[in-house]
Ligand binder design. Structure first.
Ligand SMILES: *Cc1c(COP(=O)(O)O)cnc(C)c1O
Length: 949
């Protein structure tokens, strides 16, 4: 046996363990278990057609070879992406550190205070720079953030009597092309009428509810947002501003002028371009709209002892509650990237950012002067970092190409040159030499940047930013390293223990999969670089598409959506385009089972569909008769069904083929939510069960780490008839022949993160992938057995088996006064992160161990659960001072001189022996959510500034 095979590193249980686990379940073989779990009629008849697996070493050598096909030119393309300097201390201690990248979304706040603090820093940085009251902790990219701004302004217009029913939205033609494309994608289905035009000619008619400007414009010209917003205010038109975050160091904050929403990307705060992503977008707005903000907001509150604690605020806005009334479907965001960008601000501080912004501006003014000296005309009357040169673009392009330099050429007479943090005096001299050659003149050199100023007085920044201590105390590497470590220690991640979150698939994120993310040749490619420079990426992305197409049993894949929810929206838009291509414009009914994830109905509404909910049976399956009835009732207008498989209840529904047939018979398409793909890979697939399109969560099934709540990649895989409609991009040709407009800013979404899934598939191969699925099912069924007698499993398949996850019922414990939250918090004392709480059924836990967890770890988890069950039994409804209600217990509490609780300190902190060996201390006691929502604070201002004495 090759003991070094990657499958043996990825899969937890050893062969002996597997046999013992099977014995515990009372079954002879793994194949028998699979036979009893996955319905016969959907099993694949042959294995996946994929390359032979590579070892980790072979893979890294391979990826290094492919990387050579990427050519890193000096790049001044701009358009929302810039070369930047990732401080090595952040690279090593965050990007390359599983303590940060393997964490989950901070739903369990008591064991997530570290990343919550880092995200609060990010929000504070954004509110300071934009001059707005509130910011969220990231969106997926600048263009989707702009679309969210438009949606928010559209949603709130109804509250304004004068604007109710008004549907025109003005878009400045100086907005980034990808943003305009995305606004089109998102506007049409919900009935917004986009008017794209020159902002100087805009008439401020009351026919408009809102407008969006780019600040500075795509060509570098600094937009006079001050006058525009002032005029818009008079006409009661709300204004969103898409602002370059670094320029805001020198330009006055849009909030100062009365902007209603400010959005943008924080890529240039130290995040590699990575051929388009992942990067964190930001979204900032006014207090008035705090309940309408898409995505997650981190807020300050207090814990049981009254100490300051952080948590995600206003959770009732989440799609799980609002479902088809949600105005946004955003779930996974860009947490790890937001953490890094926030840390960049902590490291540089206001003075450092000022220095960087000055350097960038001075390099631009220096170059502008030099080019004017050579006789070129620079068309921007004011600018921050981007010059607009009017000349024969073809000529420039020819010379620049030879010299390995990328500019942007919007048309034949124009060249954009966007300068950046990495631009040196040498770089400027090199650009001068290119233009000298074009002009047929002698070149010359400058020896330093001149301190020019090309920012209009009225728009010059006068307001302070980043004045708080946190942004003024960690400017040495030692200090920042320790600060990052201090935060990391507060967070429970996969490098501490298993995180068995149902539906989230927290499996191993292997080091070999992650390493290439730090490599120069993958990080430094601009998404709009000529394809010839990105052949390495093209190779990998094409092969990943093919791999995913094979795994899903479909015809083609688009990697563009950068989260699962984006994938849902993309898939539905593709279905819509398909119906429309056949003249079926009226097909707009989307059937969704009641057990679906909240993003499903939210996405359907964004796609302009009408949601019809279908019932579940008592066994947790889709009620086929109810579905048939509703499909028939709506057959003339049926667009599609959205179905999760195996169901969110953790069951392979035996009737799935019948279900997909009913939909097809009534003219609909079948959308399969692929979040549970970890239960299918190699055993069955969406194509096989009769679906037409599915999204995959590469950050679940295909090993991209959760990063504390993102990044994600949510590709869609489609059947033949849908291929022509796969999403495109306005700058780089991609997608189908009749491509729908953009779903993400970048043509290939978060291309850099795609390397991880490519590596995962490459190293596991067909057999390793299939074995992973089988062991995921084994691990889940083993847990089900071990918990028998302590916890009831809510639903099972026809032969009594769980799929890759299961729901355990905690509702009966209410009789003892114990809520499911108490169990979740008590698990922290045992060193575990809670499974998914109250989804898809309130009062339950959904447990998904994944294949990566060993028998030993699973046993510890089961021991903890069984021990908690005993604790529950020894409590009563009247007794609220017990070990569960008081959980979690902190170190400060257990070591305090005083101890008045009716159980021992040891019971509190070391309830089982294994805990002695590997104790994790929650850094705060139970967090008070309601208090925080009533007193919403979303920046890291010191407590004295907002709490009354
Ligand atoms: C995770 C999940 C989603 C949403 O995916 P994101 O990447 O978070 O947007 C949708 N459906 C199901 C069933 C999920 O588990």
């Amino acid at each position: 046996m090759n003991t070094n095979a990657f499958a043996l590193r990825h899969i937890g249980p050893r062969e002996d363990d597997q046999n013992q686990m099977l014995k515990t379940i009372g079954i002879d073989s793994l194949d028998q278990l699979i036979y009893e779990t996955v319905p016969d009629d959907i099993r694949l008849q042959k294995g996946l057609d994929l390359d032979e697996p590579m070892s980790e070493q072979e893979y890294l050598v391979h990826l290094n070879e492919v990387a050579k096909k990427n050519k890193v030119y000096k790049t001044y393309i701009g358009l929302g992406y810039h070369p930047t300097i990732l401080p090595p201390v952040i690279q090593r201690n965050i990007l390359e550190n599983p303590g940060w990248y393997t964490a989950y979304t901070p739903y369990q706040a008591e064991i997530a205070q570290g990343r919550l603090e880092a995200l609060l820093n990010f929000q504070t940085m954004i509110t300071d720079l934009t001059g707005m009251a509130l910011a969220n902790a990231s969106l997926l990219d600048e263009s989707t953030a702009a679309a969210e701004a438009m949606s928010l302004l559209f949603a709130v217009r109804e509250r304004d009597q004068k604007k109710a029913g008004i549907n025109k939205f003005f878009v400045s033609e100086l907005c980034l092309p990808q943003t305009i494309s995305l606004l089109q994608t998102r506007a049409n289905p919900i009935g917004i009428d986009l008017v794209i035009g020159n902002e100087d000619d805009f008439n401020f008619s009351s026919e408009f509810f809102g407008a969006i400007l780019q600040y500075p414009g795509k060509n570098g010209q600094i937009t006079d947002i001050k006058s525009f917003i002032a005029k818009a205010k008079v006409a009661q038109i709300k204004v969103a501003v898409a602002a370059d975050i670094l320029s805001l160091v020198k330009l006055e904050a849009p909030g100062k002028f009365g902007a209603d929403v400010v959005v943008g990307t924080t890529q240039r705060f130290g995040i590699p371009m990575g051929y388009g992503g992942p990067h964190a977008a930001y979204f900032a707005t006014k207090e008035d709209y705090k309940r309408d903000i898409p995505g997650r907001i981190i807020g300050v509150t207090k814990d049981t002892n009254g100490n300051r604690a952080l948590r995600m605020a206003l959770q009732t806005r989440e799609q799980h509650i609002k479902r088809d009334r949600a105005t946004s479907n955003i779930c996974t965001a860009q947490v790890l990237l937001a953490v890094m960008a926030g840390m960049y601000a902590v490291y540089h501080g206001p003075k450092g950012l000022q220095f960087i912004a000055d350097q960038v501006h001075h390099s631009a003014t220096t170059l502008a002067n030099a080019l004017e000296k050579l006789g070129f005309q620079q068309a921007n009357t004011s600018y921050f970092d981007t010059l607009q040169i009017k000349t024969d673009a073809k000529k420039v392009k020819k010379v620049a190409k030879e010299k390995k330099v990328n500019f942007f050429y919007p048309d034949e007479e124009t060249v954009y040159i966007a300068l950046n943090e990495t631009t040196s005096v040498r770089d400027i001299n090199y650009i001068i030499s290119i233009f000298a050659e074009v002009a047929n003149k002698d070149t010359f050199s400058i020896s330093s940047f001149t301190e020019g100023n090309n920012i209009p007085k009225a728009l010059k920044r006068t307001t302070d930013f980043l004045t708080l201590d946190i942004f003024n105390s960690h400017h040495s590497e030692t200090e920042l390293m320790r600060y990052i470590k201090k935060l990391e220690r507060k967070d429970l991640s996969l490098n501490h223990s298993m995180i068995s979150l149902g539906s989230c698939t927290m499996k191993l994120n292997a080091a070999a999969e992650m390493l290439p993310l730090s490599w120069f040749k993958w990080g430094n490619i601009h998404p709009f670089a000529p394809l010839k420079q990105a052949r390495g990426y093209a190779t990998i992305l094409k092969e990943l598409e093919d791999q995913l197409t094979e795994i899903t049993g479909f015809a083609a894949t688009s990697l563009q959506p950068n989260s699962g929810a984006q994938g849902e929206f993309a898939g539905l838009m593709v279905i819509k385009a398909y119906h429309e291509s056949r003249g079926d414009h009226h097909r707009n009914v989307c059937l969704i089972p009641s057990s679906a994830h909240g993003t499903n109905p939210a996405s359907a509404v964004m796609a302009g569909m009408k949601v019809v909910v279908t019932k579940s049976t008592a066994e947790g399956n889709i009620d086929v008769e109810d579905l048939r009835e509703k499909a028939l009732l709506h057959k003339d207008n049926l667009s599609c069904l959205m179905v999760t498989y195996p169901s969110t209840h953790g069951v392979y529904e035996a009737s799935i083929k019948e279900i997909t047939k009913i939909i097809h018979d009534n003219g609909g398409q079948v959308y399969m939510d692929g979040a549970n793909m970890n239960a299918q890979v190699g055993l069955t697939n969406p194509g096989n069960i009769g679906a037409d399109v599915c999204h995959l969560n590469l950050h679940k099934t295909f090993a991209i780490p959760h990063g504390g709540g993102g990044p994600g990649v949510g590709p869609i895989c489609v059947a033949k008839q849908l291929v022509p409609f796969l999403p495109g991009n306005p700058i780089v040709k991609t997608g189908g022949a009749q491509a729908i407009t953009a779903i993400s800013s970048a043509p290939f979404g978060s291309a850099l993160a795609c390397l991880i899934s490519y590596g995962y598939i490459k190293m596991l191969g067909a057999e390793g992938l299939t074995q992973s699925t089988k062991i995921a099912i084994l691990n889940a069924n083993y847990i089900k057995h071990r918990l028998q007698g302590s916890f009831d499993t809510l639903y099972s398949g026809e032969r009594g088996r769980a799929a890759h996850e299961m729901i355990v019922d905690c509702r009966e414990f209410k009789a003892n006064g114990i809520e499911v939250t108490d169990i979740a918090k008590r698990l922290m004392d045992y060193g575990f992160h809670a499974p998914t709480v109250s989804f898809p059924v309130a009062g339950t836990l959904m447990i998904e161990p994944t294949e990566s967890e060993s028998k030993q770890e699973i046993d510890r988890f089961c021991d903890a659960m069984i021990s908690i069950r005993k604790e529950i039994d020894s409590t009563t409804k009247e007794d609220t001072n017990n070990v569960l209600k008081n959980a979690p217990h902190t170190l400060a509490m257990v070591t305090a001189n005083e101890w008045h609780l009716p159980y021992s300190r040891e019971t509190a902190a070391y309830p089982l022996e294994y805990v002695q060996d590997n104790k994790f201390w929650p850094s705060v006691r139970r967090v008070d959510d309601a208090y925080g929502d009533r007193n919403l604070i979303c920046t890291c201002a010191p407590i004295e500034e907002y709490i009354d004495a």
